[in-house]
Design a protein around this ligand. Structure first.
Ligand code: AMP
Length: 261
């Protein structure tokens, strides 16, 4: 029987559930993991305040056809004295990797353990965290793990905001500003397809987000969709990546440059 794994940190929304539904189409047994991974959070990040509601999450998984929920205690994943780090180089040295040092090491380390514990044939990740998806793909390829990594499209609210557990941090005013992240990326995608110059569009994107009410921009970049290297000239295989702060909340999003319908 084909086993599918959907790794999550809980606080479930339709983005997570889209991964479960995709897994259900392709696998006979669905495992969803529920684990807020301490080592992928920086010292000043939101590990403590990250939304947690296991009872609600178990119910949602059950109603959506998950067969097994794997919700390990922290010391099952990281026993006393745990001293292994799984690192993917290069792909982690840009975008969120620069802004969140150690984050992807935390991701690849926990995903390695989840893979070992659950022994999936397929593992499902969202393009919402596109860099994470590429990093996990490289880890699986280069460690010769017998797992098919499946990437699934970003699920959005009606106004374009990418669904995220962190959206619950937003107050009403911030929630109104937040869709500007997607709108701005989309405008840049359209302009690039019409021949606008890359660098000036990234600068424009940055300024447009500040003008919309974002407090701080971590990056607004156009990169190759595979290597994540910053692009010099336009081609359809590029992706637009943005990370920006509304007060204490950091939102990320990305869009294929040719995804402009
Ligand atoms: P998280 O619980 O935030 O660690 O996310 C668990 C998985 O769900 C990751 O593979 C994410 O990329 C994916 N995911 C989160 N938000 C979305 C979304 N809006 N659309 C699609 N996948 C998502």
């Amino acid at each position: 029987m084909v086993i599918g794994l959907v790794p999550t940190m809980g606080a479930l929304h339709a983005g997570h559930i889209s991964l479960v539904h995709r897994a259900r189409k392709e696998c006979g047994l669905i495992i969803a993991s529920l684990f807020v991974n301490p080592i992928q959070f920086g010292a000043n990040e939101d590990f403590d305040s990250y939304p947690r509601d296991q009872e609600r999450d178990f119910g949602i998984f059950e109603r959506n056809g998950v067969d097994i929920v794997y919700a390990p205690a922290i010391d099952v994943i990281y026993p006393d004295g745990f001293g292994v780090t799984v690192t993917v180089s290069k792909l982690t040295e840009c975008l969120c990797g620069t802004k969140r040092p150690g984050h992807f090491d935390g991701v690849t380390t926990v995903v390695s353990k989840l893979f070992e514990h659950c022994q999936p044939d397929c593992a499902y990740f969202g393009e919402k965290d596109y860099q994470q998806l590429k990093v996990v793909e490289q880890m699986v390829n280069e460690l010769d793990l017998p797992i098919r990594v499946v990437g699934a499209p970003v699920i959005r609210e009606r106004d374009g905001l990418a669904m995220s557990s962190r959206n619950t941090y937003l107050n009403e005013t911030e929630r109104r500003i937040a869709p500007a992240l997607f709108r701005t990326m989309r405008t840049v995608a359209i302009r690039l397809s019409r021949g606008a110059e890359l660098e000036s569009q990234c600068e424009w994107g940055n300024d447009a987000l500040l003008a919309a009410g974002f407090d701080r921009i971590d990056y607004f970049e156009v990169c190759d969709g595979q290597t994540l290297e910053r692009a010099r000239g336009y081609r359809p295989s590029l992706r637009i990546f943005a990370a920006a702060w509304l007060r204490e909340t950091r939102l990320i999003d990305n869009l294929a440059a040719d995804e402009i319908d």
